[in-house]
Design a binder for this molecule. Structure first.
Ligand code: HEM
Length: 409
């Protein structure tokens, strides 16, 4: 028993990073709310508890600048001023009532309808990015497709120049090392501070220009958003535009690449989708469930409460493991079966409650269009990378490399 538990202590072990399903199933077997000594917090793995955790806004906080997270971040406050100033204005890291102020204003601008309008453009982009890859022996899927599509889409939607995308990718990766808790990168705060400076310098002039002359883009809509007299400050628009640039492509890139690996592993599902393109919608949900881009998200307790039969104390850290919830046999029938037609599919890939992913409709749209097009045009996508390795982070589930070959019909 002790040896078995000891093998679970490292949340960034090879097994935890490369095979999270097996690892977190083992954690759930030990206890659905399980104390992890090394991380110094609770690991929550049942669907019912993870969903309840996401909706428990009274006792579980997202504010990384208060409570126990703050020790890591704020001890270096003087060194990383820009990073902390702008991240503390992100809706992702704030609690009510500040979160309500930010999210209600952004909801005025970022609506399902304004996303749906982008569909023809996304379709065109999928086509223009995939066509040149047709005749190639080896394609770097991350760089040449999975990253490029979402970064162009979010840049155009916001109104930020897409030409800066290579730099934006690098800066976002540096922010990601902090947000996704990349345990193998000790310099992550230094590079993230520089990245935040660069992203702010890119976005601030655009916010100022839109205040004078609005255009048909999200930044203009944020500048003009007004909910009963409540408005964004300039700093809040910049902060949340940076958040969207960052959140808007890394995750979607990982959705597209994780999908590619799954269809390669279960080739008959690719065939089914090409026969019936309507499956793309449910298939995207199944990829989010089976191997979604976000594995787990952290919260901290603002007061004592019970969870899964355990007493959570004030200031305890709590890791809500979506990946485990999405493979919970008590909730999903036959969870290890990858079924692109699975419905209903109440996965937790986009979270729940007030922080439910803002960009869910956009990520879905991009993935649906990509899968529809690729499964219609190509007999298969062969994965050429011999050994798939994943980024060593607590939060995200993304491949380091993915080389593929598109096989013609
Ligand atoms: C497949 C791709 C994506 C996944 C799996 C994903 C996942 C998530 C999850 C799980 C949350 C909840 C965070 C929490 O509860 O702490 C979240 C929040 C958020 N996501 Fe996404 N996301 C994706 C794509 C996007 C895109 C394309 C955007 C572009 C705008 C975006 C913007 C955001 C924002 C702004 C929040 C914070 C919302 C809030 O705190 O109110 N995401 N995302």
């Amino acid at each position: 028993m002790a040896a078995r538990q000891a093998s679970l202590v490292d949340l960034l072990s090879d097994e935890a990073v490369n095979d999270p399903t097996t690892y977190f199933n083992r954690v759930r077997d030990e206890g659905p709310v399980f104390w992890n000594q090394r991380w110094n917090g609770w690991i929550v793995t049942r669907h019912s508890d993870v969903a309840a955790g996401f909706r428990n806004h009274e006792q579980l906080s997202s504010d990384r600048f208060a409570g126990p997270f703050a020790e890591d971040i704020l001890e270096s406050k003087t060194k990383y001023t820009q990073l902390i100033e702008f991240m503390s204005k992100w809706m992702f890291t704030s609690d009510r009532p500040y979160h309500t102020h930010l999210r209600s204003l952004v909801n005025v601008a970022f609506t399902p309808r304004s996303v749906e309008v982008l569909r023809p453009r996304v379709r065109e982009l999928v086509h223009s990015l995939a066509e040149p890859l047709r005749e190639r022996d080896r394609v770097n899927f991350l760089a040449e497709f999975a990253f490029t599509l979402p970064v162009i889409v979010i840049a155009e939607y916001l109104g930020v120049p897409a030409e800066a995308r290579q730099q934006v990718r690098e800066w976002s990766e540096h922010l990601g090392a902090v947000v996704f808790v990349a345990g193998d990168n000790p310099d992550r705060f230094v590079t993230a501070e520089k990245a935040m400076n660069n992203l702010v310098d890119l976005i601030r002039p655009i916010v100022r220009a839109r205040a004078v002359e609005p255009k048909d883009d999200l930044i203009s809509a944020m500048v003009n958003a007004d909910v009963d007299g409540d408005r964004f400050t300039e700093e809040e628009i910049i902060a949340n535009a940076v958040l969207m640039v960052f959140a808007g492509h890394e995750t979607t890139m990982n959705l597209l690449s994780n999908a590619t690996v799954l269809f390669h592993r279960f080739p008959d599902t690719w065939h089914r989708m090409s026969e019936d393109p309507r499956l793309a919608r449910t298939a995207v949900e199944e990829v989010l469930r089976y191997d979604g881009p976000i594995k787990a998200l952290a919260r901290w307790a603002t007061e004592p409460f019970e969870m899964g039969g355990k007493r959570i104390q004030r200031n305890d850290r709590v890791l809500l493991v979506q990946h485990a919830a999405n493979h919970d046999p008590a909730f999903f029938e036959n969870p290890e079966r990858f079924d692109p037609a699975r419905w209903p599919n109440k996965h937790l890939g986009f979270g729940q409650g007030i922080h439910t992913c803002l960009g869910g409709p956009l990520a879905r749209l991009e993935a649906q269009e990509a899968l529809t097009y690729l499964s219609r045009e190509f007999a298969s996508i062969e994965v050429l990378t011999q050994e798939l390795t994943y980024n060593r982070t607590l939060v995200s589930r993304g491949l380091r490399e993915l080389d593929v070959r598109f096989h013609q019909r």
